[in-house]
Write a protein that binds this ligand. Sequence first.
Ligand code: SF4
Length: 256
Amino acid sequence: MAKKRLILGLALCFLVLLGALAGRLWYVSFYGLDKLSRYIFFCLGLTFFLFVLVALLGVAGVVLVILCHRPIPVFDAPINILITKLLPLSMYAGRLFRVAKQKLERSFIEINNTLVRARKIKVPPERLLILAPHCLQYSGCGLKVTADVNNCRSCGQCQIKDLLLLARELNVQLAVVTGGTLARKKVLELKPQAIVAVACERDLSSGLQDVYPLPAFGILNERPHGPCVDTKVSLERLRAAVLSFIEPEAETAGVN
Ligand code: SF4
């Protein structure tokens, strides 16, 4: 919960600042400058005020969903605005307050995952996509698994083999991508109904915002050799995340 509070707290600070700005603009529109600028300032103030109002509803919605562990449809639109507009802005604001970027990104991923879990979405296995980063592949392997993951010869030198086995066992789709551009391309191409994405904090937080409201569960990779080289992922967490999306009857069929 502490992780989630960080970015929600920052979002609230940001909203207070925006609200103060809206009030100031209105003040100027009524008491300062001439008539022409009055309408401009009034409209600007109104825009900020509406944004603040909707985003506040979004924050309230996220808190309620976290507390109730279930989706609350009336908050869907404000939460959407919060996730896609306010939280990215709050991340920039966080840097001004010298909050570590990675902490903010982790906080955002936590919130996203909680919202996704609360929606309890089930999809057919073939409509679920595992998006894995290229850095999971052994750095000494020259096979083009980003072009087609089936190019992997399953030598066992890296976890691409395990991901391939998992995808085949559960009949879900698997793509290995080099970054956000290829990830977006794969999502457009494969049209999944749900995604389990593995990546570092930066790629996950931007990717999850990109595909929202498509349900995407984020799993952070492990970097025993430093960033972007020979990374790893917890196969238990990955399997659990995939199974949580799969319809019970399809899940059983896939395992057998
Ligand atoms: S498991 Fe596949 S991707 Fe990994 S090193 Fe072996 S052949 Fe290459």
